[in-house]
Design a protein around this ligand. Structure first.
Ligand code: ATP
Ligand code: MG
Length: 646
């Protein structure tokens, strides 16, 4: 496929913190002497007791151990709140935009400080102590941020569970984390519909056992059962609490939170992040990747239930004294133009969303976007999946009016922060490429035998050295941590993703390694075939998997969702096969195409190819863990309409 390049504009290279020369200089310095580099960067947060040791990390599979700033003492909530009071007490910290467009709120740093202290005092009064795990099951309301920061303030470890998860999924996470305290709301509101959070939490608590205290935030005011002795309404217990609470002294390596991965590849993992290194890394990447300057209005559309919400709605932005927008609703309510309307309403400068949202909004055409101004926008971002070049171009041209660079940020729950990404003042852009490593990040491409490949190449993506935001362990299961990430390629962190490096040294994530297909000896990333399909004007989404094929080893099975108003037909099937043949080559032409009204996605919007693979392989009796599916109903339709393999 043709490779387009967008150069950094003169305006961007002069306004940004980092231009290309500075990137190259700092990147080289970060590799040459990581201790000096990260020792300096660590100073961007406040330490009650400064660290003397910067880095102590080992990827040796017999002794995996990751420690950063290990003798430093600090507190994450102090860094996000107290530190800013003198200079920005009256500045807006959080802009909250409700599901209903008539509801919004602005919370200053001083107000946020007081709310967090009050919340911390409530937790203490409910018996929560340093090291205890608190499960947070809330909608996207400011109290979600208060609760997270309140845990950080007193040294409790939060485990945020996305409010869209079922009682079963919540129960599994409460149990795994051993939480005795759950924070929830009466009901959530999404797209005008109520979500029965308290009822779900009750069912989950019954299933998990061990929940001694439930703190219920009133969101809708709907009546919900309250269990006496266990449940309290937050407002009732908070109103008498002081708005002061001393921050706990936390060691840099004390746990900050547990967060379960999306479950795209299997059973979710309880990823554990700690205090000092995580915050330094989240703050630094937020500043440089989004080129955040004082006064900017920044909006990340993720849910706080995902790592993106942790690092780039709450911790990174607040550590930097930013104004961060938190959105309760969904992209298509009450109108399909909601994102763009919110951008105009709050004069958003930096907008960070996911390819799944972009692809679904593309389906509605340009008109809903173009009737808004979006003049405040300066920078766009993408995260969560490879972004198809077609979607990238649309985002750039239609949303950004050809004016805003796009940072395509590759990272994982495990990495704590962004690892491969353009910097808007430094990096030229290639649609579909996450481009270059961030400071201190050492990506390598290896073949199946672990041989490190040079120059332009394609293989599996590993990281050769640690960075401060890296996860420290799988909660309660260090062996699984070692097994999953350090046993495949000894001495390296294995990402599970495939990637290609081009002649400019740019990285292209080709999808998960499990999703790579091998057709007649040619290895292909699913992302490439999917991008070709999505580039067809009648296709809105596509997912490609391999299935056993007598002659080719693997055949290509494509699930295709059409643009609204387009009818499936045999002609269209042939047209799509020919299209892919022309775009990539005969080797990539799909053997089977199934038209699917919907694809199985995780709650975070990612396509679960492992389920599609099972259906393509006729093994739909054994689909594995489907608890993180957004809409389990689509699976039946897919099974019912599967294509015959012969
Ligand atoms: P699980 O690990 O449970 O299967 P998951 O990998 O989907 O779930 P996350 O940590 O939320 O959980 O997602 C990280 C993965 O998302 C990456 O490993 C990569 O596959 C994909 N990803 C994220 N950002 C990008 C990006 N910009 N380009 C390509 N892929 C991306
Ligand atoms: Mg993963």
């Amino acid at each position: 496929m043709s490779e387009k390049v967008y150069d950094v504009t003169a305006e961007w290279s002069s306004r940004a913190y980092i231009d290309d020369a500075k990137y190259l200089e700092m990147y080289a310095a970060s590799l040459k002497d990581p201790v000096a580099f990260w020792g300096e960067q660590g100073k961007r947060i406040h330490w009650f007791t400064p660290y003397t040791k910067v880095k102590n990390t080992s990827f040796d599979p017999h002794n995996v151990s990751i420690k950063w700033y290990e003798d430093g003492v600090t507190n994450v909530s102090y860094n996000c709140l107290d530190r800013h009071l003198a200079t920005r007490g009256d500045q807006v910290a959080i802009i909250w935009e409700g599901d209903n467009p008539n509801e919004d709120r602005k919370i200053t740093y001083r107000e946020l400080y007081e709310e967090v202290c009050r919340f911390a005092n409530v937790l203490k009064a409910r018996g929560v102590k340093k090291g205890d795990r608190v499960t947070i099951y809330l909608p996207m309301i400011p109290e979600a941020a208060y609760a997270m920061l309140a845990c950080a303030r007193i040294g409790a470890v939060h485990s945020v569970v996305f409010g869209g998860f079922s009682p079963d999924s919540l129960a599994g996470r409460i149990e795994d984390a051993g939480s005795t305290v759950v924070v929830t709301a009466d009901e959530g509101l999404r797209g005008g519909r109520k979500v029965p959070l308290k009822l779900n939490a009750d069912a989950a608590a019954d299933r998990a056992g061990g929940v001694e205290s439930m703190i219920v935030v009133r969101r809708t005011g709907g009546s919900v059962p309250m269990r006496s002795g266990r449940d309290v309404y937050y407002d009732e217990v908070a109103k008498n609490m002081p708005a002061e609470c001393a921050p706990a002294e936390m060691n840099a390596e004390d746990p900050l939170f547990i967060l379960y991965t999306s479950g795209s590849t299997g059973k979710p993992k309880g990823v554990l992040h700690t205090t000092g290194g995580y915050l330094v890394y989240a703050a630094m990447t937020h500043q440089y990747v989004f080129d955040y300057h004082d006064g900017d209005i920044y909006w990340c559309t993720a849910d706080v239930g995902w790592v993106t919400g942790h690092s780039y709605i709450v911790y990174g932005p607040l550590a930097n004294g930013a104004t961060t927008l938190m959105f309760e609703g969904v992209p298509n309510y009450p109108t399909i133009g909601r994102f763009w309307e919110v951008i105009d309403k709050h004069k958003v400068n930096i907008f960070y969303t996911a390819p799944t949202a972009i692809r679904s909004l593309m389906q509605a055409g340009e008109e809903p976007v173009k009737k808004t101004s979006r003049a405040s926008l300066r920078l766009l971002g993408s995260v969560g999946e490879p972004i198809n070049p077609e979607a990238w171009e649309w985002y750039h041209r239609v949303v950004g009016d050809d004016r805003c660079p796009i940072v395509d940020t590759w990272w994982q729950t495990e990495t704590g922060g962004i690892l491969i990404t353009p910097l808007p003042g430094a990096t030229k852009l290639k649609p579909g490429s996450a481009t270059r490593p961030f400071f201190g990040v050492v990506p390598e491409v290896v073949d199946a035998n672990g041989q490190v490949l040079d120059g332009a190449c394609e293989g599996n993506l590993v990281l050769a050295d640690s960075w401060p935001g890296q996860m420290r362990t799988v909660y309660g299961d260090h062996d699984r941590f070692v097994q999953t990430y350090f046993s495949t390629y000894a001495g390296k962190y294995f990402t599970g993703d495939g990637c290609r490096r081009d002649a400019d040294g740019f990285y292209w994530i080709t999808g998960r390694v499990d999703d790579v297909i091998n057709v007649s000896g040619h290895r292909m990333g699913t992302a490439e075939v999917e991008s070709a399909l999505v580039a067809h004007p009648k296709v809105s989404e596509a997912a490609v998997v391999g299935y056993p094929h007598d002659i080719k080893g693997q055949g290509i099975y494509a699930y295709v969702t059409l643009m609204s108003g387009i009818e499936p037909s045999e002609e269209l099937r042939k047209e799509l096969v020919n299209w892919v043949r022309k775009e990539i080559g005969p080797i990539a032409s799909p053997d089977l195409i199934q038209f699917a009204p919907g694809l199985p996605k995780t709650r975070s919007g990612k396509i679960m190819r492992r389920i599609l693979r099972k259906i393509a392989e006729d093994e739909f009796g054994n689909l594995g863990d489907t608890s993180t599916l957004a809409d389990p109903g689509v699976v039946d339709d897919l099974i019912g309409n599967r294509q015959n393999r012969r």
